[in-house]
Design a binder for this molecule. Structure first.
Ligand code: NAP
Length: 483
């Protein structure tokens, strides 16, 4: 199955923070892959910008190294890499200074799309936006891309939105949540809105509960001191997990249009009920054997910050009243796994005599690893043993279903950057969505801070604290195994 790759219009893309970790690991390799697939043509330009003094040639070496480190060897043909680095340049500038900005202004071409990727600390966003404006580097068609965190509470998010709005209209601002760029996340919308099959069942009458899990095996490691000011609720739940919840719970938009989709997501966030303190468990990982603990990673002797959260959310809407959404995310867990599982109710009456082995239908949307969709259904156990039922998976692994393409799925970042160039905001968070998400998480975090309670300890390599298991057990349900 060959996918159609339509080249994007020529562009000038400036990457502020072009020498940083995110640029080297994700943005530059992603752009190279789009260039290899001829989605980016040679009349586009990529300009790195940071304080380090270097010329174009030296920056091209940075880009070559990032390709060497993050692209499979088979895709590193010398000729392709040479052609790619030829469209790359560099400007040395300080986001807080005056030097370098006029040089950048001179590089900008009038006839092409201009995009500015702010891959720098959020404290520099407003400084850069102001200077782009002051030096007349942007025009009314320019796009600006910003990375999370979008504030650390509603007030700071509102301030950031206001600062960006001083120089850019909302339809020029692209807030990246890379979870929304994942193939399976987009497929979630295709499964829901391109098939009639699920929609009649997609409500509290037929869905028993939904589980959303984003589990990581890594700890906070080198990011310890930053992470300790944030925690899992701010770092993961307020953005990634809530976005996934929105895509599961939203009403069908009237069309696949940026504002139509984001309006529906916003309605979901606004319909979320406040979370009772008993419906949340926070955890912090311990060290085991050779592995460091959270406190080792942050260099502190005590910390009230959580590296794990599990919570039960509910929605006050006609569609979902009565169906709980269980959300769980954490670091140093048993396996790296992100999935959404929609568990349906059992049939109202069984015509079969078998009493054991019944399982409810479960639709599992697996985001990583092994992206795919799996529906667990009951069938007759094969053989002459009478009418015995057993559960089997209807499995659609993208790697198998789509052949080579399924194993070569573009990374979320490269897909989203192409959307920026195309001017499509559907998969980017709107300012009001971000503020509404904080309005839901702020009271939860405020309550923790007021109580000053320590997170529950959990062993590295486990499924999180015992209390998180209890959160579901007491409702007569259980978490899916993290694997
Ligand atoms: P990083 O490795 O620390 O890189 C920061 C970049 O900003 C460097 O290129 C640095 O180069 C440049 N810079 C710093 N101060 C500057 C200034 N005053 N003027 C101009 N350039 C300046 O950070 P990162 O990990 O790439 O993260 C960048 C942003 O993405 C942050 O907002 C982060 O929260 C977000 N993010 C990162 C990741 C990730 O996986 N890394 C994931 C999600 C979000 P010079 O020192 O040469 O100026």
């Amino acid at each position: 199955m060959a996918s159609r790759i339509i080249p994007v219009d020529p562009f000038d893309l400036v990457i502020f923070g072009g020498t940083g970790d995110l640029a080297r690991r994700k943005i530059l390799p992603g752009l190279y892959r789009r260039f290899l697939d001829e989605q980016i043509t040679e009349d586009s330009r990529i300009i790195g910008a940071a304080r380090s003094t270097m010329d174009d040639a030296a920056y091209r070496e940075v880009v070559r190294a990032s390709i060497r480190d993050h692209i499979p060897a088979a895709k590193q043909a010398a000729d392709a890499v040479d052609r790619f680095v030829n469209i790359v340049g560099y400007v040395a500038l300080d986001a807080r200074g005056t030097d370098g900005w006029d040089a950048l202004a001179k590089l900008m071409r009038k006839s092409v799309v201009r995009a500015f990727y702010l891959s720098v600390a959020p404290t520099l966003f407003a400084e850069i936006a102001t200077r782009l404006h002051r030096h007349r580097i942007t025009d009314k068609h320019s796009r600006i891309v910003i990375e999370k965190p979008f504030g650390r509470d509603r007030a700071s998010a509102r301030k950031l939105n206001a600062e960006m709005a001083t120089h850019f209209k909302e339809d020029q601002i692209y807030r990246i949540d890379h979870y929304l760029g994942k193939e399976t996340v987009q497929n979630l919308m295709a499964v829901r809105f391109a098939n009639i099959l699920f929609e009649p069942l997609w409500n509290a009458q037929y869905v028993d509960h939904v589980q959303i899990t984003v589990a990581e095996t890594v700890g906070v490691e080198g990011r310890g001191s930053y992470y300790d000011t944030s925690g899992a609720m701010r770092d993961m739940v307020q953005n990634h997990l809530m976005q996934l919840l929105c895509l599961i719970a939203m009403e069908p938009p009237y069309k696949f249009d940026p504002d139509a989709v984001r309006d529906e997501k916003l309605k979901v966030i606004r319909a979320l009920d406040p979370v009772a303190p008993d419906d949340i468990v926070r955890g912090q990982y311990l060290g085991t054997g050779q592995a460091d603990s959270y406190l080792d990673h942050t260099g502190r002797t005590e910390s009230l910050t959580e590296s794990f959260v599990a919570l039960k959310a509910s929605l006050s809407s006609w569609r979902w009243k009565g169906t709980p959404f269980y959300l769980r995310t954490g670091k140093r867990l048993r396996a790296r796994a992100s999935e959404i599982a929609v568990t349906f109710k059992e049939p109202p009456h069984s015509i079969f005599e078998q009493e054991e082995g019944w399982r409810a239908n479960v639709l599992v949307i697996r985001l990583q690893p092994d992206e795919g969709i799996n529906l667990k259904v009951m069938i007759k156990e094969p053989g002459p043993g009478g009418m015995r039922l057993t559960e089997v998976p209807l499995d659609m692994s993208f790697a198998e279903a789509l052949g080579e393409e399924g194993t070569d799925i573009p990374d979320a970042y490269e897909r989203l950057i192409m959307d920026v160039i195309r001017g499509n905001q559907t998969l980017f968070m709107r300012g009001d969505e971000v503020e509404a998400a904080w309005a839901w998480t702020d009271p939860i975090i405020g309550e923790w801070e007021a109580r000053g309670e320590s997170p529950k300890p959990y062993d590295a390599g486990s499924s999180g604290p015992e209390d998180a298991l209890m959160l579901m057990h007491r409702d007569g349900r259980r978490w899916r195994e993290i694997r």
